[in-house]
Ligand binder design. Structure first.
Ligand SMILES: [Zn+2]
Length: 245
């Protein structure tokens, strides 16, 4: 992954402020992994999460410090997870574009793709059952029952639920759940880790810190934003330290 300048990081943050989480993932990864720009949107979602976790390690270190609330007693929980452990937990599925997998449940055979960022962007304005339905339509290439091709709306609900489980099993990094235990009441529960939300918050904090440095140096020395961003982070910090003397 290439290193980004402070100016590039601010540009990405600006561009992603009102974008969907999926769009933010692509913005970030395209900037850090320009050689993969063409394939990112069409790879299974677990591939994007794996790259986001690697990027998070590069930018902010290998440990995720998570805050959560116990669903049973509402106690605040603070816990830490190693990113390497999460990545080792799952291998990435085949990321060849539009790769078709086949799955059989009872007498139904379904040919399908794993969901990608392109699929999520296509349903970004929809919600609930409508979004789920459209996603399934996009993913299923062909469905056959007892040798006869059948339309999607004739597939039994159990077959679709089994397909969803199959997709989760095949691409485990697409939906990461953390196993948490409450130290107060001992309850266990699974907390979903939205990798991009977590990372975007940290990117936002970093961007605000850079903006603060720009504002401080601009008001003290009269430099422009462009001049300040041309300084290395170390040089900016040295000038800020001088202002504290
Ligand atoms: Zn509790």
């Amino acid at each position: 992954m290439r290193l980004l300048s402070a100016a590039e990081l601010l540009d990405i943050w600006d561009a992603g402020r009102t974008a969907s989480p999926c769009r933010c993932s692509l913005l970030l990864l395209s900037a850090f992994l320009p050689e993969e720009r063409e394939i990112l949107a069409n790879m299974p979602l677990g591939g994007l999460n794996a790259r986001l976790l690697q990027l998070r390690t590069q930018l902010f270190g290998p440990t995720l410090n998570c805050l959560a609330s116990c669903p049973a007693c509402n106690a605040p929980i603070e816990t830490a997870f190693g990113i390497e452990g999460l990545l080792n937990h799952a291998t990435e599925p085949i990321s060849e574009e539009n790769f078709i997998h086949s799955f059989t449940h009872d007498d139904c055979t379904i040919d399908f793709r794993l969901p990608t960022a392109v699929d999520l962007l296509a349903i970004v304005d929809k919600s609930g059952i409508k979004a789920e339905r459209e996603l399934v339509e996009r993913l299923i290439d062909k469905s056959v029952r007892n040798g006869e091709s059948i339309p999607l709306h004739d597939l039994p609900e159990e077959a679709l639920e089994a397909l969803e489980r199959q997709i989760t099993e095949m691409d485990p990094l697409a939906h990461i759940e953390l196993n948490l235990t409450c130290p107060d009441c001992g309850s266990d529960w699974l907390e979903v880790l939205h990798v991009i939300d977590f990372l975007w918050l940290e990117i936002g904090n970093l961007a605000k810190r850079i903006l603060f440095e720009i504002a401080r140096l601009a008001s003290a020395f009269g430099w422009s934003e462009r001049e300040i961003l041309a300084l290395t982070p170390e040089r900016r910090r040295s000038y800020l330290e001088l202002l504290e003397l």
